[in-house]
Design a protein around this ligand. Structure first.
Ligand SMILES: *Cc1c(COP(=O)(O)O)cnc(C)c1O
Length: 428
């Protein structure tokens, strides 16, 4: 498509966008009396207007029914998470029995590693990407030490090649083959949080399985952003937070996936609790644990219904809009943002460089921009002028034009502000 750096063109694109009405469904912070241009949906998604109703519902049921709400609330609390199964499985490409919501992301990955990281002296290594999200690094180190191995030996990180920003799939697959029967687990981020690179999850999962390892994915930046086929790909397990692209609110509940092939195996090690026990017999208070045959069998505690409510509102919104429509818009919107950045770069002569892969197959809703010229002052300028971006050391801003609530006109407007910011700061 031939893009143009004009407001009229951007408005025309918006007029033709089948998802344009959703922008009205979100609440935008205001700067200088105007709604911001919001690029940090990969960090904390905006609040959908419909969320409040879901939370109020629980508050009302609690006030009016108290303990009876467990069974008699409009949406009973004791199995509230089952309402996620259909819509959430459509978002991540799973069967309804393969997904559940519980706890928070790092906690869920720890719990899933109890089941899927079972090192023995000959097979104990974990493969992950270099510069993984810090929480994942701490998690892997602590798990490895917990099992009596040393992180230096047991954790194998895949690096990008000198002079490249992305990590090549072939380098990952070759490393998996090289580690071979020492490899216990592949556990990577589906989308790298820093560069925005989307990994070839299908090919990497296949390679991990060929080596006899389990394969799990941290989908923090992938859920609600990229096309996932977790069931088809045969992924063993995955988890994601819901507060980034999935707009569920700060620090909110995590989703988890456990492939059907593991559901009947009641001997699989797990850290159990009463909410994972056979649903029909949960309140008989029996001593013997009988896990639910499905992802719900990994539940531990009584559900935090107040925090699940905003997530449910959001998941239903995703199912309603459909991942295919969101992805179609995401691709054009990201390409338009890339075009706008290139235009500004040409006008201001080489101040920045996009470090996210150019190949649409290897990126999603994020462009990471390395600022060679103005750094932090430019970030501050953008913020003061109504554009919320995200700053990462040493000199990177991340821009995520979330298709639910970012418009083409936002991209155009951002380009104008960015150019003015660079010119202003240069003039000093
Ligand atoms: C955001 C993010 C996390 C955060 O984990 P929490 O347990 O929700 O704090 C973990 N891993 C990745 C890859 C992330 O992007």
């Amino acid at each position: 498509m031939q893009f143009q750096n004009t407001r009229a063109f951007a408005q025309e694109m918006d007029a033709r966008d089948p998802l344009r009405a959703y922008k009205e469904e979100f609440i935008f912070p205001q700067i200088n009396g105007n709604p911001v241009i919001y690029f940090t949906g990969n960090s904390l998604g905006l609040q959908p207007k419909r969320t409040r109703k879901y939370v109020d519902e629980i508050m009302k049921d609690w006030a009016e029914l108290a303990v009876e709400g467990h069974f008699y609330a409009g949406k009973p609390w004791w199995d509230y998470q089952e309402r996620f199964a259909a819509p959430l499985s459509s978002v991540v490409g799973a069967k309804p029995s393969e997904v559940t919501v519980m706890n928070t992301l790092t906690i869920n990955l720890h719990l899933l590693m109890v089941s899927f990281y079972r090192p023995v002296p000959k097979r104990y290594k974990i493969l992950c990407e270099a510069k993984a999200f810090p929480s994942d690094q701490y998690m892997l180190q602590s798990q490895v030490k917990f099992h009596g191995f040393s992180p230096e030996d047991a954790i194998v990180e895949i690096h990008r090649r000198e002079g490249e920003h992305r990590i090549r799939t072939e380098d990952i697959v070759n490393k998996i083959e090289e580690i071979g029967d020492e490899l216990a687990l592949v556990l990577m981020g589906g989308v790298n949080y820093y560069t925005g690179q989307v990994f070839d999850m299908e090919a990497i999962t296949r390679a991990g399985h060929r080596a006899g390892a389990f394969v799990g994915w941290d989908l923090a930046h992938a859920a609600g952003n990229v096309k996932l086929e977790l069931h088809e790909w045969g992924v063993d397990f995955a988890a994601w937070c819901s507060y980034k692209y999935m707009n569920s609110g700060p620090g909110n509940a995590s989703g988890a996936f456990i492939h059907e092939k593991h559901h009947e195996n009641t001997d699989i090690p797990r850290f159990a609790g009463w909410w994972g026990h056979n649903k029909e017999r949960r309140f008989l208070m029996e001593p013997e644990f009988d896990p639910v045959r499905g992802a719900d069998g990994w539940q531990v505690s009584n559900l935090p219904v107040l925090s699940l409510a905003p997530y449910l509102a959001s998941v239903e919104m995703f199912a309603e809009a459909g991942m295919d429509a969101l992805i179609a818009k995401r691709d054009v919107l990201t390409a338009y943002l890339e075009y706008i950045l290139e235009q500004v770069d040409a006008q201001t002569t080489g101040d920045f460089e996009i470090i996210t892969p150019e190949n649409p197959e290897e990126r999603a809703c994020q462009l990471s921009v390395f600022l060679h010229g103005q750094g932090r002052p430019l970030f501050d300028y953008l913020m003061k002028n109504g554009v919320i971006t995200d700053w990462r050391e040493p000199n990177v801003i991340r821009l995520a034009p979330a298709p639910f609530y970012c418009s083409f006109e936002d991209m155009y407007e951002f380009g104008q502000i960015l150019r003015k910011g660079i010119d202003t700061l240069k003039a000093g």
